[in-house]
Structures are given as structure tokens and as C-alpha cells.
Design a protein around this ligand. Structure first.
Ligand code: ATP
Length: 324
């Protein structure tokens, strides 16, 4: 018997079939209504173990509802959900043991200190008593709250409360992390810390599903993306075809005049950007490379050529246009 209950069963001798990949999150045909509002209207989603998956969608598209179902806090009307292979509806205790949940607003008992909050949750999640003190101290240090450990949660700032909420989600060392707007209220340093932490957790083989409205923020941390629109999943991995997709590029030269003169002379449609450069629509990386070559050959002192907005933003806006 392996010591670690999460360790896969490996047949002795190692000559059996290759072990199945660690399951992450698997959702099929999920639907959930609130009265006449169909909050989830056919969600299919796979979030890989070992990756950070972004959950993207406009207000009211169903992100929080979906995360609540995945966290086992809301029962779906129809559909199948597996969290690390476990069904949160029929196997709720097992599902909670593998799931870390960070809601968008972390309600806490204001009279408890940060250390007491984490200790209470560690007990509730059945962390072995001998391990609790060490685990709590480690998490307080991870989210840079050691200094505030003995202060009542009520006096913590919004960002500090967010960090306490993140520590709480990690208290039982879960395999799957569900984070609803985790960066909201965090200062720039804490956002970087969050990004580094989520990357480390994914690199350890965990599944991380994170929602945010701030696409640039998700862009920096996510490997995959799932888009929700009106309760439906509308696209999968963002990297697919990104290099060949038509998108907006930003061009800057030492001086704008020769740049725009050359764009006009070569018949390239452009519009001004706020930084003194020009924005052009191009069919992927190869078209951008050709444009740079031609501009430089024509003597335009080009200093910058970059996609305007990241791949996630571009994919999101493209989907939005498709839906109109
Ligand atoms: N408890 C509820 N009762 C009634 N309607 C609800 C309830 N919870 C959510 N809804 C509705 O379901 C839809 C999806 O809401 P949800 O909160 O999941 O969206 P969201 O994508 O998380 O939005 P936001 O980006 O604004 O946080 C919305 O139309 C919302 O009004």
C-alpha cells in the first residue's frame, strides 16, 4: 500500500499498461437554472492536471455558478462533474478532500485571528492534528501574513483577506484549486506572488481553475482558457491557431511620420494608437514578419512590433464578434 493515499496504484514489476493520466476537472452537459434564469446552459469543460486554466466570460455568464457547482456547493440540474475523478454531488466528502475553494469574497469570522481561521479550517478539513500547527505557519508565510497572524481577521485589509482566503483554500493540500477572482484587491506585488504560487502548484501536478475579468492578468498565469457566454462554453484552448489568427498589431518607430507615410504609401490600413504608434490588422505572425521586413527595407526606423493585447484578449474579442 503506498503511504500517500493520492499516489496512483502502480502494478508490481511495472509491466502493466501505462497509468491513466491524473484526472483534473471534467464537466459534461452541465445545466443549472435559478427560477427562469438559465445560469448554466450546457457547459463542457476539461481542465488538465498540471496546468492553470483560465475561466473567462462577461458578467452574468455563469462563472461563479459553475465554480460553486464544481466546489460541491450547488447541485446541478443535469450534467456530469468529476473533480480529480470524484463526483461532488454523490461523493461530497471525498470531493471536498481533493478540492480547494476560494470564493470571490471571503467571508470570515471577524473575531478570530488569521491563525485561528486557518487552524479551524484545517481541523474541519481533517488535517492530522500533529500537522496543523506547521501547516498553518507555512501557509501564513506563503501568503505573507505571518506578521498579522494574531490580529483579528476584521482588521485585515481587503487584499490581506484575499490572501487569507487563498491560504484557507490550500489548508488541506488539495489536488484541485478553484479560485474565483483571486487577484481582486491584491496589490501588484501580491499579484506576482499569486501568479508564482499558482504556477508552482500546477507544476506539482495540481489542477488550477481560475476566473477573472482581467484578461491581462489571466494571460500571464494561464496555460489554457475556457470561455463562457450565457451559460455555455464557447471555446477551448486559447493557444489553438493563435500564431495564424488575424489580430491587431502595434507598430512603433523612432518617429511616427516616416512610419505612417510608409503605411499610406504601401496601402496598409492603419489607425493611431495612444503611444504615438500605429495599429494594423494582420493575418498572423508571418504577415507581421513580412511587414517588418518591408518597413525596415524602406528605411522606416521600426523600434517595436507587438500584438496589441494578449492572445487571450484577442481570442475573447474574436469570439465576441462571432456571437454578434
Ligand atoms: N442565487 C441566484 N438566484 C438567481 N439568479 C442567480 C443566482 N446566482 C446567479 N444567478 C444568475 O445566474 C446568472 C449567472 O450568474 P453568475 O454569478 O454565475 O455569473 P458570473 O459570470 O460569475 O458573473 P460576474 O462576472 O458578474 O461575477 C446571472 O444571470 C445571475 O443573475
Amino acid at each position: 500500500m503506498p503511504d500517500d493515499p493520492r499516489a496512483p496504484d502502480v502494478p508490481p514489476g511495472g509491466t502493466g499498461p501505462a497509468p491513466a493520466p491524473t484526472p483534473g476537472i471534467d464537466v459534461r452537459g452541465l445545466r443549472r437554472a435559478f427560477g427562469s434564469v438559465q445560469a448554466l446552459d450546457g457547459v463542457d469543460l476539461v481542465a488538465r492536471a498540471g496546468a492553470v486554466t483560465a475561466l473567462v466570460g462577461p458578467n452574468g455568464s455563469g462563472k461563479t455558478t459553475l465554480l460553486l457547482v464544481l466546489a460541491g456547493l450547488l447541485v446541478p440540474d443535469t450534467g456530469e462533474v468529476r473533480i480529480a475523478g470524484v463526483d461532488p454531488v454523490t461523493q461530497s466528502r471525498a470531493a471536498r478532500a481533493v478540492t480547494g475553494w476560494m470564493p470571490d469574497a471571503f467571508g470570515t469570522w471577524d473575531s478570530l485571528t488569521a491563525r485561528e481561521v486557518l487552524t479551524t479550517f484545517a481541523q474541519a478539513y481533517r488535517v492530522p492534528p500533529a500537522a496543523i500547527t506547521g501547516r498553518v505557519e507555512e501557509l501564513l508565510a506563503t501568503v505573507h501574513l505571518s506578521e498579522y497572524a494574531d490580529r483579528p481577521a476584521a482588521v485585515l485589509s481587503r487584499g490581506q483577506k484575499q490572501r487569507l482566503g487563498l491560504a484557507r483554500a490550500l489548508v488541506h493540500d488539495p489536488q484541485v484549486l478553484l479560485l474565483d477572482e483571486p487577484a481582486s484587491g491584491l496589490d501588484p506585488r501580491s499579484r506576482v506572488d499569486l501568479r508564482v504560487l499558482l504556477r508552482r502548484l500546477a507544476d506539482q501536478g495540481r489542477t488550477v481553475l481560475v476566473s477573472s475579468h482581467v484578461l491581462s492578468e489571466l494571460e500571464e498565469m494561464a496555460d489554457d482558457a475556457v470561455f463562457l457566454s450565457r451559460g455555455r462554453t464557447v471555446a477551448g484552448h486559447v493557444a489553438d491557431g493563435a500564431a495564424a489568427a488575424r489580430r491587431t498589431w502595434r507598430l512603433r518607430a523612432l518617429d511616427r511620420a516616416p512610419l505612417v507615410a510608409w503605411l499610406d504609401a504601401s496601402g496598409t490600413v492603419w489607425r493611431a494608437d495612444d503611444d504615438g504608434g500605429a495599429l494594423v490588422e494582420l493575418d498572423g505572425d508571418a504577415a507581421a514578419a513580412a511587414l517588418v521586413r518591408d518597413a525596415v527595407t524602406a528605411g522606416v526606423p521600426v523600434v517595436q512590433v507587438t500584438p496589441a493585447g494578449g492572445a487571450l484578449e484577442q481570442a475573447y474579442l474574436a469570439l465576441d464578434e462571432e456571437r454578434r
